[in-house]
Design a protein around this ligand. Structure first.
Ligand code: GLU
Length: 190
């Protein structure tokens, strides 16, 4: 069982995201990753194996930014390697997503996403491409609408957190048959 976490803050989040992952380490995992938003670009760092490996990557290639998402993965579809580690990106790398659970109809959805280039063997990646498809289909819409439309198409259980590079103060979370907790930090100012 994996762990997902997201933070929107007025201060850098990378250390706190990793701390959150550490607290969920007991659940078991095979790889880990984080994605932050900095000056309009999504920055992703991932590593196979223990969190210490991700910490090492972050030491040489930091992930600045006051909003971010993170994940420890327990592989169900695709090998436990770096390309399959979350977060996953949309084709244009402007949407990033972490997921806990299983997407049962991912093979069918993948077939329908013609023109989308996939870079992992996971069931998860189909979700971020589906969100991208709906987001681009209607100009000027709020991203929540694209996420809701994608969730309607998905069969299975999930907890997700989605980060859009166009929306620096926003994280969208959704769940179905999986637990998800929202919290407001004391003294957070953003
Ligand atoms: N099914 C997804 C994968 O294999 C998520 C697994 C998990 O919950 O960590 O990447």
């Amino acid at each position: 069982m994996c762990g997902i976490i997201g933070i929107v803050s007025g201060e850098p989040v990378a250390d706190r995201l990793v701390d959150g992952l550490k607290r969920m380490e007991y659940r078991g995992y095979d790889s880990a990753g984080i994605c932050t938003l900095n000056e309009g670009s999504l920055i992703r760092r991932r590593a196979e194996g223990k969190l210490a490996n991700l910490v090492q990557v972050l030491a040489s290639e930091p992930a600045p930014g006051n909003v971010g998402i993170a994940h420890t993965r327990w592989a169900t579809h695709g090998h436990p390697n770096e390309p399959n580690a979350h977060p996953h990106f949309s084709c244009d790398r402007r949407i990033s997503l972490v997921h806990n659970g299983i997407i049962e109809n991912f093979t069918q959805l993948k077939k329908e996403l013609r023109g989308h280039k996939f870079s992992s063997d996971t069931d998860t990646e189909v979700m971020v491409h589906l969100i991208e498809k709906y987001y681009k289909a209607e100009k000027g819409q709020h991203p929540l609408r694209a996420v809701s439309r994608a969730m309607e198409k998905i069969q299975g259980s999930f907890g997700i957190v989605v980060l859009f590079s166009d929306f620096p103060d926003l994280l969208i979370a959704a769940r179905r048959n999986s637990p998800l907790v929202l919290g407001v930090g004391k003294g957070e100012n953003f």
